[in-house]
Design a protein around this ligand. Sequence first.
Ligand SMILES: [Zn+2]
Length: 122
Amino acid sequence: MEQDAVEQLAVAQDGPLVRDVFPDLTAQLVRLLEAEGEHRLAVCAYDLRLLAECDCRNAFCQSFRTHRHPPGTPYGPGHRMVALDPGNGFLNLDVVDGRIVYVELVDRPPAAPGLTAAVRRR
Ligand SMILES: [Zn+2]
């Protein structure tokens, strides 16, 4: 397979761009990461893909996964958590080897009515 075709396949499997689904959230993430001096993560945040919503089913949770990870397994030694201050609620990122794998959004106003719909459409 041509390299382009491989990349297009990967994109198709990785879900919609978060910035297309939640432009406001992406802008906020990038801004907060830049403010923390996390410039590399700010670039990652712009290109995040919405893979799956959190399956905890808590009404106050809008967290979502941005990279595949086997459920129930630890992230490993390359993991760190980046806690941001969005001004309301909690906005934390799980970062593994420099990649944002999980966006934790708790006690926040709805980012968009389409979170569940965007994931379920897939
Ligand atoms: Zn959750």
